[in-house]
Design a protein around this ligand. Sequence first.
Ligand code: FAD
Ligand code: NAP
Ligand code: SF4
Length: 681
Amino acid sequence: MKTTPYPHLLAPLDLGFTTLRNRVMMGSMHTGLEDRFYNYGKLAAFYRERARGGVGLIVTGGISPNRSGWLLPFGGTLNFKGDVVNHRRVTKAVHEEGGKILMQILHSGRYGYQPFVVSASDKKSPISPFKPRALNEAGIEKTIRDYARCARLAREAGYDGVEVMGSEGYLLNQFLCARTNLRTDRWGGSIENRMRLAVEIVKRIRAEVGNDFIIMYRHSLLDLVEGGNTWDDVVTVAKALQHAGATILNTGYGWHEARVPTIVTSVPRGAFASLAGRLRLEVTIPVVASNRINMPNEAEGILQRGEADMISMARPFLADSHFVIKAAEGRSDEINTCIGCNQACLDHTFSRKRASCLVNPRACHETELVYAPAVKKRRVAVVGAGPAGLSASTVAAECGHDVTLFDGSDSIGGQFKIAMQVPGKEEFAETIRYFGRKIELTGVKLKLGMRVTREQLLAEGYDDVIVATGIKVRKPPIDGIDHPKVLSYVDVLRDKKPVGKRVAIIGAGGIGFDMGEFLLHDPAHPLPLALDVWAREWGVSMKGDTPGGLVPASQPEPVRQLYLLQRKTSRPGAGLGKTSGWVHRAVLARNGVVMLSGVQYDRIDDQGLHITVGGEQRLLSVDNVVICAGQDSLAELMPSEEEAKANTNWPRFHKIGGAALAAELDAKRAIKEGAELAVRL
Ligand code: FAD
Ligand code: NAP
Ligand code: SF4
């Protein structure tokens, strides 16, 4: 018999009336494509590719049962027959690939960013400017009917079931918790009353769709907000949902307004799985574990320990549509791992842009960015094996070109090798591992330790030269910049030069914040942080024995006194990612980092760093000044316009990533530019 490396993960799940082909679920993600009918072709292609990649069950992005449930104005809804035809394109694509798909019904309640918002009470949420209207009895009854109609239409559209979104602080969670449910009628007060809406909705859906239709309920096991539910409440609700007709319980952690991170890269892998395991002991229907599970070995371990019946991974399927097939065939080293950065998925969603993925720019662009065989095979030199060059070289080789990749250093990765030294960015190593394997698989000829010159490239007679040489670190013209106490971020992160106890960081961009976290890391706690250390730092009780699972955070004495400085007068860290910036700001703030804006750097000398802020001169008596003041492009290999005109027999030169533009460079742009150029060659 054929053995698989992940027997639990790949085992079918028999639900009685239907069987899922394995235990892997692609969790719900709003892609931005579901909101417009003309994007359903692209949405179908997106899901088709994931179903072809072997995932057992897909859950769509949230679809609202009515207008008041919209997250954004004119969001995706399914409330009349005319909508069914669009959804059929999606279900057909998934079924043709042997997959199964549920439509998520999401009513945003007071999280809606639109004027029709409703909730249990009229308490405004901290993350939407719109004050909700408290639903009255008739409004509640209409909402239940709308859910049931939405589920019936989902069935007509060919979905295998629905997921009722009950976590993350959306409408049903708002009814479930005393934090937002201030009602005194039969829908508020005791947990039996607060859960009535969720339970009625499941009952009414079951009555509407019959017994052979999956109803998954996403249940919040840890609200991570004050006034959240206790574990006893969670269990009471779960049992009632099972009784009402739910087929599967998915799990959720943390409301969107919670000040505890639940999915960013610094959250330990599989952090919340043990709670799913506890719930599993209380119910007899399957329970799904979710959040920060991104590789098959984690997923297999959770199932093996009996902590869940199924594993939900959402972002990992943006990163790699063929995750399951690769795992099943013992090719896990080929998986393009989600690094939890949120930069192209959630940050896009919250900026109302189409979601994609930093490590996989094809995600949600399957019909637009196609890695098809090239019409004419070209000899291509790629110089620089950072994210841009790695992406360009492997995609070009995948399209059939003859590719040689050069790097001056002795290993691939470019600045990602420096980034992965930052606490909480350990996952970046996975991207380097992925590209390393991809180089082998696509036959890219890798030449390390070769800092090539233009002459060498010309002598080789390439058709195309892709300059992906990245950046040079900026050295700001400050009096005393060559003083021995001055270090660059490369000195500290890559070369591990010793750093004193009192430090000023010049530059409060992404790297300045990363430097802060690096210098504040207590070496007594090895990286990645153990779950108990992480939970203590963020004030989380995994027992769920307090409302919302919150306990006072323990903040040990910071290991250094830091100053984080910038010249701009805006708030430091204002340019960080929408969904992760607050985490970085919170870590630095609780470690007492002094953040100053509007700083003028006067000089650096034996005494420390002399600055002027708000017209006042100050001396920061620090042991070291660490420069994180950005970068400039390094593209010396590029010919000038005159050279190119004068030498028409030269190869075509292209530049990408940092070499093309250092300002606002990130790996998302670098990888995307690399792939887009490679398919155009
Ligand atoms: P690089 O990564 O700089 O790669 C250029 C490569 O070219 C290098 O390997 C270099 O050795 C090689 N090279 C240069 N000249 C030659 C030559 N003549 N011959 C041969 N080889 C040559 N980005 C994010 O998106 N998210 C983050 O969270 C993030 N965190 C970061 C944290 C830190 C601490 C740092 C330093 C960077 C971080 N970045 C992050 C930025 C990200 O790493 C860069 O945007 C990305 O690496 C740029 O890719 P690139 O390929 O253009 O250049
Ligand atoms: P950055 O975000 O552009 O920040 C550079 C900082 O240096 C700014 O605070 C800037 O602020 C300051 N600065 C610029 N020129 C200066 C000068 N001449 N003298 C003194 N200070 C100067 O760049 P970065 O921090 O180096 O990061 C590089 C890229 O990596 C970023 O674009 C970012 O996208 C990416 N990155 C992302 C993350 C992430 O978590 N998403 C993390 C790290 C890096 P003032 O001009 O106001 O002084
Ligand atoms: Fe994961 Fe980052 Fe891709 Fe989002 S953008 S799916 S967090 S790797």
